[in-house]
Design a binder for this molecule. Structure first.
Ligand SMILES: *Cc1c(COP(=O)(O)O)cnc(C)c1O
Length: 391
């Protein structure tokens, strides 16, 4: 008999009742150290007092009015994002998937309005993840996500990851945009080298193609810069944001240059909930805390400590782990043993990690995780590896 909750997830049996920074308390009272942060969502840890205050203060005033009216909280957050990024304008969504949908629409509308209506094709990459809507699965194109859900939205092409010549050859007079994660998350924490992002930007400029960065997972301070592409000094025309921007409240955004967004006038897009006062009040507090040089420097310091410890684990457990990947606090351990077995063994050590493709163990702690908790996490990962070796 089907479960009352649609069984689309293979869930671990634990249920959590309370959280505090990097720790979760389960129903039985036991505590778990959380290196998943709700899949890079709880960027400032669980029950962060500043976010709780921002949310509850707004909750006592006004929850929702719709986008029929001005929403000052939304305007404030948009200004903060525009102020700190390449973007001139922002549309708020409730998720990364919705951000992906708008990015696709915006890119196609741009060419349509510039009398190039046949430039509809969007180039994406193998291993990419852009969400679960029909458009987002067509963009990523993996068999696992699309099988049985056809016919797919046409106009997408996937290229091999890191094949520069293939990209140059794939851009034609029908190409609308290139969509890429500067650090692939679900695909196995694969960092796109700075040179590749630069080459991609040049190629897009040469051919009038729009460049879309999906920073839903790697953005909002996770790499030690506010957005991952800042490391390369390469800027997109359109960017998808979600996960960490809400710190746990459902919030996403599409950021764009004035030029790329020029086709999106009144009536071209909308969302009932998008940019509601609750989400934007929390998002503004998240931005206030994370978009700060001292905070971002601390992320890089914590990341260096964590990474050094992880390199040590690879050296001491060569049959379990193979290599460390990632940038800042979006880290991956490429595994020799099956990553799903390691995730389970980590549960036994009361440590939460997230599997990714390419047999990678994903480590995405809260960006403000205390150094002592990183030390504790490394000890638990060490014991996890011992369990695998003993099995
Ligand atoms: C999670 C994710 C999405 C989809 O976001 P949802 O909020 O789950 O819709 C899109 N792109 C990337 C890179 C992601 O990690």
């Amino acid at each position: 008999m089907i479960t009352t909750v649609l069984p689309t997830y293979n869930r671990a049996p634990m249920a959590f009742v309370k959280g505090e920074c990097s720790w979760l308390t389960a129903e039985d009272g036991s505590r778990y150290l959380d290196l998943g942060a709700g899949i890079a969502v709880n960027s400032l840890g669980h029950a962060n007092p500043a976010l709780v205050a921002a949310l509850t203060e707004q909750a006592g005033q006004l929850w929702h009015v719709s986008n029929l009216y001005r929403i000052p909280q939304q305007e404030k957050l948009a200004e903060m994002l525009v102020d700190k990024t390449f973007a001139d304008t922002v549309f708020f969504t409730n998720s990364g998937t919705e951000a992906c949908e708008l990015a696709i629409k915006m890119a196609r509308k741009y060419h349509f309005d510039n009398d190039m209506a046949d430039r509809i094709e969007i180039i994406a990459f193998e291993g990419a993840f852009h969400g679960r809507s029909t458009g987002a699965i067509a963009a990523a194109g993996s068999e696992k996500m699309v099988k049985g859900f056809g016919p797919l939205m046409p106009g997408f092409k996937q290229l091999k990851w890191g094949d520069h010549d293939a990209i140059r050859a794939a851009i034609t007079t029908r190409t609308c945009a290139v969509m890429i994660e500067p650090v692939q998350g679900e695909g196995g924490i694969r960092v796109v080298p700075d040179q590749c992002l630069k080459g991609l930007r040049d190629l897009c400029d040469e051919t009038g193609t729009l460049l879309i960065f999906d920073e839903v997972q790697c953005g909002v301070g996770r790499t030690g810069k506010l957005f991952a592409h800042e490391w390369a000094g390469v800027y997109p025309d359109i960017m998808m944001v979600a996960k960490g921007i809400g710190g746990g409240f459902p919030l996403g955004a599409v950021l764009a240059t004035e030029n790329a967004a020029s086709g999106m006038g009144a009536g071209t897009h909308g969302s009932t909930y998008g940019g509601n006062p609750l989400g934007c009040a929390v998002g503004a507090k998240v931005m206030e805390i994370i978009a700060d040089d001292a905070f971002l420097d601390a992320v890089s310091r914590k990341a260096a400590q964590f990474r050094q410890g992880l390199e040590g684990l690879v050296a001491s457990h060569p049959t379990v782990f193979e290599a460390v990947r990632g940038q800042g606090l979006i880290l991956g351990l490429k595994c020799k043993a099956a990553n799903t077995d390691i995730v389970k063994a980590a549960y036994a050590e009361h440590l939460l990690t997230v599997p990714a493709a390419d047999n990678v163990l994903r480590l995405l702690p809260a960006l403000n995780i205390p150094e002592d908790d990183i030390t504790e996490a490394l000890a638990r990962l060490d014991r996890t590896a011992l369990r695998i070796e003993a099995a």
